[in-house]
Design a protein around this ligand. Structure first.
Ligand code: AHR
Length: 660
């Protein structure tokens, strides 16, 4: 073979990673930047039934019968809701009593209707009227929750409902937890003498069997009329057993991400389809019967049961900072924004100031007192406020300054985040960048922030996710995100925060191509992106360590850092190619303490592999101990893999990098 052919073969082999060994020098004697402790956070938005029927543990769907509360000035037609300005959104609910059905057994007759006269209160104008004309063997109503209710044998469920009857009539109402068709009753109680004007009734139910397709029934034994409102069923065991609480299994998944902060409430939902439809935090605090729900711009009804207070409580429980996003005086830019009048902007500024006071104000302030009355006298850990979400245009720039000038002097401890990198005549402390797209674009962005102006505002990548050509969230997309996050980590003296979006999806309602955590009413699982994020957050070093490659390396991305608590070098390597890749890492300025390193690897032979509800563990991290040399590590990285190596080092004055 002539030498040209041989070099051509070698070139092709090296292009595909065959035979080639890449060499990296890791010089721990060099001063690296400090990695931002706030780098990995989470982003919550009520999309895909993230809260309603998901994180929020309420089991009754449409508990307050307000599902037809569509944005003011809009109308419903077919499967759509149309705003006055011409924006159309799908709606996923069928009829005005969505979630509820008349229960008729043994020849019972009657019906259920939505009623607006004699409401429970001004926030809950609609209620449900049950009329039984013939009792049969059983007659009443039932609710099957969010695609079935999950009852666990022996667990306690707290039921509460409001009821009234005509005049002073008293009825016996039987409540039961039962199978989907009602032929098996798991728990039952008779509530005697229900009636008169609106009153709250409560009881506990303990099912004798488990069923994840269960339903809740309320029946009466004779022909009569009963009005119901705010019918609520919660498992007693919520996360930290909080009343009106959150599903413990889902919060555990969040805790696994070790989030430095939690962003809330979104997302486009901050703006809403129109101003009436924006998130109005004041509708989301206090007794659940006094909260006003709305149909959100992702097509379904939100009770606001998981409201501002519950969100702040979650932050505290997760030991995370709160990052709350306020409306900037207009609705979502991508949905034909509706602007408030210039003279009304101050009302929106005040709405934001009141939210800050609710979270942080003393108990003798107006909103601090409400927080205390809602059971939390001590301030919540709110550290950030973002003015608007993906908002743009001249009005945004004008309004931003008004918000900034009002918030900054009153709350010097709160950082203010802008949707713009600069505001003429204004101050930008942190700017919010969003990124969605293909794996290729994420890989390309590895160096995106290398030359970002270090004097400029801090960067918060508030939303990111590989959405194009990655199925519903496969390994290929997640590896590209790993490369991207490594790009953020190596620039985290300017990119100080990030959060993947969207966080959640219910397997029965998914409005976004790829999301991080999926669930139904009894199980929860992480997509590959979840595991990448978790690996990054669990292995966030304190300092970056200088890592150079000797040759130009294709498909292999590498950074390293130092964890001062455990005295470990943390090496992160992603192979985005279909060939395995050999690499040698030569360490300078340190000595290894042992002959093994801890390896954590996320990989699969098929880059289109995905986790799902029924196969949640197809691609999850695997931990092992691997052999290392004296001052070097040689390893072969599988195709499509993300590997983290943690190597314990000897700490000594001479071995220690200068900033460690
Ligand atoms: O994350 C889903 C949506 O994407 C958010 O609501 C919006 O901010 C972005 O466009």
């Amino acid at each position: 073979m002539n030498k040209h052919i041989i070099s051509a073969i070698l070139l092709i082999c090296s292009a595909f990673g065959i035979f080639a060994q890449s060499t990296f020098t890791i010089d721990a004697s060099q001063t690296g930047i400090a990695i931002s402790p706030r780098l990995y956070g989470i982003f919550f938005e009520e999309i895909n039934h993230a809260g309603e029927g998901g994180l929020y543990a309420e089991m009754v769907q449409n508990r307050d019968f307000e599902i037809t509360s569509i944005p003011a000035g809009s109308n419903m037609g077919g499967n759509l809701v149309r705003t006055k300005d011409g924006w159309q959104e799908r709606k996923v609910f069928g009829n005005e009593l969505h979630g509820w059905s008349f229960l008729s057994e043994g020849g019972a007759a009657g019906d259920i209707r939505l009623q607006h006269d004699h409401p429970l209160n001004g926030k809950n104008p609609a209620s449900m009227r049950l009329i039984v004309t013939k009792a049969g063997s059983r007659s009443g109503v039932y609710n099957s929750g969010f695609w079935g209710m999950n009852f666990m044998q022996g667990e306690t469920y707290n039921l509460a409902f409001y009821a009234r009857t005509s005049g002073n009539k008293k009825l016996d109402v039987t409540v039961s937890l039962e199978s989907p068709n009602g032929n098996r009753i798991y728990a039952e109680k008779k509530m005697a003498k229900v009636g008169g004007d609106w009153q709250k009734y409560e009881c506990q139910l303990v099912p004798t069997a488990s069923d994840n397709l269960g339903r809740l029934a309320l029946t009466i034994s004779q022909p009569d009329t009963l009005w119901l409102d705010v019918v609520s069923l919660f498992p007693q065991k919520t996360y930290m057993n909080r009343p009106n609480g959150l599903r413990a299994d889902i919060v555990q998944m969040l805790a696994g991400l070790k989030p430095a902060f939690v962003r809330f409430p979104g997302g486009a939902i901050v703006g809403g389809m129109n101003l009436d439809n924006r998130i109005q935090w004041k509708n989301s605090i206090g007794d659940i019967s006094q909260r006003k729900g709305t149909m959100n711009l992702w097509g379904y009804y939100t009770t606001n049961g998981l409201g501002y207070h519950e969100y702040l409580q979650l932050c505290e429980d997760l030991k995370a900072d709160a990052l709350w996003v306020c409306n900037p005086g207009f609705s979502d830019n991508y949905r034909k924004a509706q602007y408030c009048k210039p003279e009304e902007v101050q009302l929106y500024v005040q709405e934001a100031l009141d939210a800050l006071e609710y979270a942080l104000g003393p108990v003798d302030s107006e909103w601090g007192a409400k927080r205390a009355a809602n059971g939390h006298p001590v301030p919540f850990p709110l550290k950030y406020i973002e003015i608007g979400n993906e908002a743009s245009g001249e009005v945004y720039r004008t309004n931003y300054k008004l918000f900034y000038d009002a918030i900054r002097p009153k709350y010097p401890q709160v950082k203010i985040i802008s949707n713009y990198r600069s505001i003429p005549g204004g101050v930008v402390e942190i700017r919010d960048d969003h990124k969605y797209g293909s794996p290729e674009s994420f890989i390309k962005a590895f160096n995106q922030y290398d030359n970002a102006d270090r004097k400029g505002p801090e960067i918060y990548v508030g939303e990111y996710g590989c959405t194009d050509g990655v199925g519903q969230g496969n390994l290929k997309g997640a590896l590209a995100e790993a490369v991207y996050l490594m790009g953020l980590e190596k620039n985290s003296n300017i990119v100080t925060m990030s959060s993947y979006a969207p966080l959640f999806f219910h397997v029965n309602d998914n409005a976004w191509p790829v999301n991080m955590i999926g669930f139904d009413n009894q199980s929860v699982f992480g997509r590959t992106s979840y595991w990448v994020n978790r690996m990054m957050a669990e292995n966030r070093p304190d300092f970056l360590v200088n890592t150079q490659s000797a040759d130009s390396v294709k498909n292999l991305f590498c950074i390293s850092g130092y964890d001062k608590t455990t005295d470990e070098i943390i090496l992160k390597v992603v192979n985005t190619g279909a060939q395995s890749q050999k690499a040698a890492f030569h360490f300078k300025g340190i000595r290894f303490a042992g002959q093994t390193a801890t390896s954590i690897t996320l990989t699969h032979a098929d880059c289109t592999a995905e986790n799902s509800l029924f196969n949640p563990n197809v691609v999850i991290p695997q931990k092992s101990q691997v052999s290392i040399g004296k001052a070097n590590i040689e390893r072969e990285f599988s195709p499509w893999s993300f590997t983290i190596l943690r190597v314990k080092i000897v700490k000594s004055k001479t071995d220690k990098p200068t900033n460690i």
